[in-house]
Design a protein around this ligand. Sequence first.
Ligand code: 13P
Ligand code: SF4
Length: 339
Amino acid sequence: MPVIDMAAEMAQVNHRGFLDIEVDATLDLFAEIERLKKEKNAIVLAHYYQEPDIQDVADYIGDSLGLAQKAKQTNADIIVFAGVHFMAETAKILNPTKKVLLPDLKAGCSLSDSAPPELFKRWKEEKYPNHTVVTYINCSAGMKALSDIICTSSNAKAIIDRLPADEPIIFAPDKNLGAWLNKQTGRNMVLWNGACMVHEIFSLEKIVKLKQRHPEALFIAHPECEEPVLAIADYIGSTTQLLKFSATNPATQFIVATETGILHEMQKASPHKTFIPAPPNNQCACNECPHMKLNTLEKLYLCMQYETPELTMEEDLRLAALKPIERMLEISRSAGLLG
Ligand code: 13P
Ligand code: SF4
């Protein structure tokens, strides 16, 4: 007689997007997750903005480019994506036959939400029908399907530099990253009016005061920050680039303008250095991404145990979204940007 696992049968993702099952408080979740990885041939990929426990249990931690590449290379049967929805979607687009799990299906992204595909499509068709669309990876599969090429903050400049100088380009969805890239590349790309809620919240005034209080500190920032913040930065780069810079630069103090999750890896890489999170413009913890932080170690364990929530996608959409991602990976490879 087949044995029915009643708990698994009843494991239903609730309306908020995750498994609401009570976890025995005495369980060693780190050991359980390691066990599940082996039993199920699963790999855990995590973005730097995940909570420290998730980063510590992950097989690979990285920025959007590194994660996409890792998702493409893996031989695992199950990819557990500790990040946000568009990242898990990218993993699925690259791995149609693998099971892709996301601890919380509602872990979205304000930047991705700022570019609804139908709206973008109408706008482009009406105003810029002949423009090439370069889209930041922080967007939905629907937006990717409308794009000619995808980029991340690690490879955006290299990708744009490879397009003919006179090619008219729309850059979406992040207007801050787009404006910075226009300066870096000397282009005049048309910018979609989107932004990230975390990177827009940093207070220029408070950062200036922090710099005065810590004159030895270098101020480093992610290019999703607004222009006045970027204007006073000593270094600008993707999360991986910021991490590498802080580890290799001889300075011992850094003020960091990006989501605070990255500080965990920075501190691990350079235990003797001091990392100060750049303050938001009010008293909230707004320099933490509320979407990234929806994932918890418990939800990660539960999604591996019950293999849900799973990310699924229509094949037509997947194929349309795959093309511009593959173009990105190809150019990144030839530019020597892939590890
Ligand atoms: P990177 O890690 O690619 O720099 O992206 C930052 C980000 O905002 C991801 O949501
Ligand atoms: Fe999206 Fe910003 Fe959160 Fe990154 S930090 S997932 S861009 S809302």
